[in-house]
Design a binder for this molecule. Structure first.
Ligand code: GLU
Length: 465
């Protein structure tokens, strides 16, 4: 009786509940703009924000992912999460049911098309085109509104996925003419789809907000979150996190033969002796180390990226610490750290992987993390490929960007395509460096003996001949 009475007139204070539980439960989606497992553990804009909030509230964070946008809201309805933090747009329909926080980011919905194909410039143009959006997204809601008011012939399909990558993939496969995604998501994913461009902005900038469960007393929690956002705004944290997670696209170096050629004659000479020495100390082919250093920093020992990686070998702070690198901007320390890291990865790979595949897999792991590489190998095996062959694993790494595949892996979403591109680039630089040596008619070093050098060195050199 008492319980029923209480339930009927009083809702639970969600903040008090979180604090009593000692845990903040967040529902999100696994994607590069929200949450994913990076080289050094969980990361992403929403992960970073909710982790800070949990700290502020003195509780631990439990972040759960679902595979579609409607699932996110279902979790809230079922009181299975305290907060939905997933790059969600503030919409009229959503706020009818779900309490929303203040905005912590703004983005614009954009119509994306393939450059060279017909470029729509208005809603009117879109009516004759095939169009896809994420199911249950703010964009589906927006299109319904546009259809009702101005474009009754507008038609589209809704894809039941949580990551806009699927939409861009459909566009790439020519299964749709255009898609609508948020500007922040397109900016991050575009490097994987160099032929795709923005046709036009579909309306005004919109607010990104967190949503809370509908039937709780959220007043205190909302207050705490909005204060938390204000504080992050005023101390610059929000700006820093935006820049780190959304402000850049993890630059995939396009193979620019001209730039590389110039760098070989202008920049490399200053570091060649050093690279050779470090490579020798770590028993790595120097061309390989040089190629990796170029891919990472274009041989610039002072290179820094907004994600906090630095130096000739673009080491993260934790990795550098682990490797005993005190000053990441010191070319020699960075090269030694990177060489050691690469060797360590090669050592850890299963024995069955022979050269040169061993080198390519270690390079992929250098970029994406060894856990994700193991996931790609397991997936390769499941699909009947050979997990010890790079050519088979290379085909599966990009699949780790699709929920259909990564939901059955240990480490989840990974920027697999980027790792594959990186390995391709390095192999290209590697062979150009070798080729340059050969054309300069430098005598090749004698092949080292088995007991001193590991097979790595021999095989890599053999491959390049
Ligand atoms: N912001 C979108 C939403 O709230 C999701 C991302 C997208 O579809 O680009 O539904």
């Amino acid at each position: 009786m008492l319980l029923i009475g209480l339930g009927a007139c009083e809702k639970y204070d969600s903040l008090a509940e979180i604090q009593a539980r000692g845990e903040l439960v967040v529902v999100s989606r696994n994607s590069p703009t929200t949450y994913y497992l990076g080289k050094n553990g969980p990361t992403g804009f929403e992960y970073a924000l909710t982790e800070l909030l949990a700290k502020e509230l003195g509780v631990t964070l439990r972040l759960e992912t679902v595979f579609s946008l409607p699932d996110i809201f279902q979790q809230l309805e079922r009181n299975e999460a305290d907060i939905a933090a997933a790059g969600l747009t503030l919409t009229d329909q959503r706020v009818d049911t779900f309490p929303a926080t203040d905005a912590y980011y703004r983005m614009t919905p954009q119509v994306i098309y393939v450059a060279g194909q017909f470029r729509p410039r208005s809603i009117f143009d879109m009516q004759d085109m095939s169009l896809a959006v994420l199911k249950g997204s703010s964009h589906a809601e927006l299109l319904r509104e546009i259809q009702r008011i101005q474009a009754p012939n507008l038609a589209w399909i809704e894809v039941d996925e949580a990551d806009t990558l699927h939409l861009l993939d459909l566009l790439k496969q020519q299964e749709t003419d255009i898609v609508v995604v948020d500007s922040n998501e397109f900016a991050v994913q575009q490097s994987l789809f160099p032929r795709q461009s923005v046709a036009f902005d579909l309306g005004e900038e919109q607010d990104m907000v967190w949503y809370l469960p509908p039937d709780k007393d959220n007043e205190n929690l909302l207050g705490a979150i909005n204060n938390f956002f204000l504080q992050l705004q005023s101390d610059g944290t929000l700006e820093r996190l935006r820049d780190q997670h959304l402000g850049h696209t993890d630059g995939i170096t396009r193979m620019n033969a001209f730039t590389f050629d110039r760098a070989m004659s202008h920049k490399l000479p200053a570091y060649k002796a050093l690279i050779k020495q470090v490579a020798k100390d770590y028993q790595i082919d120097w061309h390989l180390l040089a190629a990796l250093a170029y891919q990472e920093s274009q041989w610039n020992p002072k290179a820094t990226s907004p994600t906090g990686v630095r130096g000739m070998m673009m080491l993260t702070l934790p990795t550098a610490r682990e490797l005993g690198v005190e000053n990441r901007l010191d070319a020699e320390q960075s090269l030694r750290g990177g060489a050691r890291y690469l060797k360590e990865l090669m050592r850890r790979l299963p024995k069955n992987i022979k050269q040169p595949d061993r080198t390519w897999m270690a390079l992929a792991a250098y970029n994406v993390g060894i856990g994700h590489l193991y996931d790609a190998r397991a997936l390769t095996e499941r699909q009947g490929g050979n997990p010890d062959l790079w050519q088979d694993v290379e085909k599966r790494l990009p699949l780790l960007q699709q929920s259909k595949y990564y939901k059955n892996t240990r480490f989840g979403y990974a920027r697999g395509q980027e790792a594959v591109t990186l390995v391709q680039n390095i192999r290209h630089y590697f062979s150009v460096l070798e080729w340059q040596d050969i054309t300069e008619k430098q005598p090749m070093p004698p092949l080292p003996s088995d007991d001193y050098f590991p097979e790595t060195v021999q095989d890599v050199e053999f491959l390049a001949l």
